[in-house]
Design a binder for this molecule. Structure first.
Ligand code: TMP
Length: 209
């Protein structure tokens, strides 16, 4: 049984990742490629419990260092229980956020040293690196307008100031520039159908051999 493909969706708030990850998963399934959609923080029972602690409440509820440790604990559980078993049985795994979110939010946004995040990432992710990462790019002002009002509770990171969100955008673009073999930048300003078409072409070009 060939190992499945691992695709992560990354980007700032309100960039349309969740909708587009649903569309891609449905299209893969309809074309006979078994696929699951999952998300971070979350995607396993333990990680979903940690998610509530992480994304609800006041912006200063956790320090960036505490967030880094909790995100990685959630990620390890998610990998062991959901992602790795699915890939081993040949499923495509479509994951809404993964390790680049920690580099961007806790690293560039929160000031946790990049070397510390990289060390944890090596220990927690190991060889389970994504085959493809789609980096959704949109000016933060537009993304935040889209994101606010969508979920009344999960707004902890959205309420951080605009400088924080500008740092996220720059960090994601830098990740994509540094790892062009893994990453593709997706202009998220188009219509839902336009963005979905770009994503499908990118996935087929890069992974459908
Ligand atoms: P979501 O709104 O895309 O579901 O993601 C939940 C929030 O968690 C989002 O504001 C980004 C944040 N987050 C981090 O800060 N670091 C991480 O490693 C992950 C996976 C998410």
């Amino acid at each position: 049984m060939a190992r499945g493909k691992f695709i992560t969706f990354e980007g700032g708030e309100g960039t349309g990742k969740s909708t587009q990850s649903r569309i891609l998963t449905a299209r893969l399934m309809s074309e006979g490629r078994p696929a699951i959609r999952t998300r971070e923080p979350g995607g396993s029972d333990g990680a979903e419990a940690l998610r509530s602690l992480l994304v609800e409440g006041r912006a200063d509820r956790w320090s960036p260092l505490s967030e880094t440790l909790m995100m990685n604990a959630a990620r390890r559980d998610h990998l062991e229980r959901t992602i790795a078993p699915a890939l081993e049985q040949g499923d495509w795994v479509i994951c809404d956020r993964f390790a680049d979110s920690t580099r961007a939010y806790q690293g560039a946004g929160g000031g946790v040293p990049a070397e510390f995040i990289a060390t944890l990432e090596r220990a927690v992710v190991g060889d389970n690196r994504p085959d493809l990462t789609l980096v959704f790019d949109l000016p933060p002002q537009i993304g935040l307008e889209r994101a606010f009002g969508r979920d009344m509770f999960e707004v902890r990171f959205e309420t951080k100031d605009i400088d924080f969100h500008n740092r996220l955008r720059a960090a994601y673009l830098a990740i994509a520039r540094d790892e062009p073999g893994r990453c593709a930048v997706i202009d998220a300003s188009g219509t839902e159908d336009e963005v979905a078409a770009v994503i499908w072409r990118t996935v087929m070009d890069r992974l459908a051999s």
